[in-house]
Design a protein around this ligand. Sequence first.
Ligand code: SF4
Length: 515
Amino acid sequence: MNLEKFQESMYQLIVETSTNLPKDVRRAVKKAKQSESAGTRAAMSLGTITNNIQMADENISPICQDTGLPTFKIKTPVGVNQIKIKEAIYNAIAQATKDSKLRPNSVDSLTGKNSGDNLGGGTPVIKFDQWENDYIDVRLILKGGGCENKNIQYSLPSELDGLGRAGRDLDGIRKCILHSVYQAQGQGCSAGFIGVGIGGDRSSGYDLAKEQLFRSVEDVNPNEDLRKLEDYIMDNANKLGIGTMGFGGETTLLGCKIGVMNRIPASFFVSVAYNCWAFRRLGMKVNPETGEIQEWLYQDGEKIEFANEAESEVAAASEQESKVITLKAPITEEQIRELKVGDVVRIDGRMYTGRDAIHKYLTDHDAPVDLNGQVIYHCGPVMAKDEEGNWTVKAAGPTTSIREEPYQGDIMKKFGIRAVIGKGGMGPKTLAALQEHGGVYLNAIGGAAQYYADCIKKVDGVDLTEFGIPEAMWHLNVEGFTAVVTMDSHGNSLHADVDKSSLEKLAQFKEPVFK
Ligand code: SF4
């Protein structure tokens, strides 16, 4: 095989997967957007998402800053050298990381050290099969951590919140799948897609669930029982009212694909793999002699181009559901106390990024900058350095905030921080601290990495680079950075409210449907 050409094909696959959402996924997002009424927070969020999809496409930059765990599924004709294929993929991954198409995302589990090139023990994941066809089939998924953390596995029989007993039958499986959507709330960057694996053991069940994410969003399950179940889930999961980002709304789920395999009599697992709206999976057929691309997969039909409607959606939301308030640090306690859950905030001026390493560090060290009245952004950006040594931001969406729950409240009080921005909301400890200290939690639109990168007009500096690029404290100068108040200083949390109301709605699905 021409390995140089094959490596080039793999590089193209990686860049396209990271930057250009496939056509079937675009159609699903468009349908969701059409189902939301203008002026709602859900419509505003989807406007930001579609704007972001378009920007990633045009800039050839990552749709989301979280590269996730690159996972390749490859089928080769008998006789193809799989060791050489692996080498070519490793080279292509390292090159794409160097070109800022992927964020360095492979971290030593014990020391926390980032390998810097997305290579290391277990990364990327490459799984091979052999087949009788005369071409190589390569598929890639970039599944981020926010949604990966919302995967769930049930062992039947089981007692489920809101739904009661789930038995070892199709109806028990139905309850597990509905519950999986409820438990994810908006934290996996809903609206999402789920792959479900029925049977197997704990590991093969999850593999089967993830395998379903490689199906086209629009295919029809050949198993009649599973086809009915997929349709049922799509019709009913959206009645839970979780909505985009968990802000409430009509669309919570964009796709549901279910597979089945045998199990041993003692075990009955239902495994669910949750994928965010930034459903980055593509594939290609490759010629095993020349290494050239023969055909792209998942790209049938017209490509939907999205118009930039983010600004008009914010304006519509401000007329109907939300007040729009501009903030600039240093922010006073009085300004914060005026904010209420549901308000839309636009930030101008300085903010600082801070993720897991920074939060842990600030607990027992002084801050490298004065954080009094400042804004902390839970974000691990994709950065690039130009020839003069200046940093530019390539992708900068929010990361999952709940990981900082043990530290956040204490750090806000210790340094006088007034606002934190992230996604998915935080827990009771932070909510109590916001109330006591006068702070606010702002939910940015998860995955909108291009949209937010565009709001960052300048990188003013960086501290604590020893933690690696995503974990360093970046000093960002922003303009019109928009997010929604989802936890305020009066003890209110939109996340807690949506969780409660969706649990009540889940209870309507308690009675058996599939006998
Ligand atoms: S959209 Fe959200 S869950 Fe998906 S990769 Fe990005 S941050 Fe993670």
